[in-house]
Design a protein. Structure first.
Length: 132
């Protein structure tokens, strides 16, 4: 399925992934295809694969990252509206959150924001308490 996705055969890749999913589960196969298509710049194909994912596969770490990377890539192309619209259309809350996070990360890269710095107030307990 991954080879077919890399060779621009998204339809064939989806058929192969469906077979693999029936035999062994499925989130990793689909997440890998989304990642490959995103890396190739085939964001429409990656969205097709994401749409074919089954709700029971969420949450799973690989699917969240794949969706985040997909929407980040789309936002970085300048299509922030399309990326955020696609993210908002996700029915699964887990998928929606990760997709929205990707849009935010894409925007941060466009705006050259390297990191969000959070400041903790100084306290006399620093170093004495494991959570401070």
């Amino acid at each position: 399925a991954r080879i077919q996705a890399a060779a621009d055969d998204v339809t064939g890749a989806l058929e192969a992934a469906d077979q693999v999913a029936q035999e062994r589960g499925g989130p990793a196969t689909y997440a890998n295809m989304i990642t490959i298509l995103t890396m190739k710049g085939d964001l429409v194909g990656a969205q097709r694969v994401a749409a074919a994912m089954k709700d029971k596969w969420f949450p799973w770490d690989g699917t969240g990252k794949a969706l985040r990377d997909l929407t980040a890539a789309q936002a970085k192309t300048g299509d922030v509206s399309g990326a955020s619209g696609w993210a908002r259309q996700q029915q699964n809350s887990f998928a929606k959150v990760y997709a929205i996070l990707g849009v935010a990360e894409g925007l941060m890269e466009i705006k050259k924001i390297e990191e969000i710095i959070t400041r903790r107030p100084d306290t006399t307990l620093r170093g004495k308490c494991s959570v401070i």
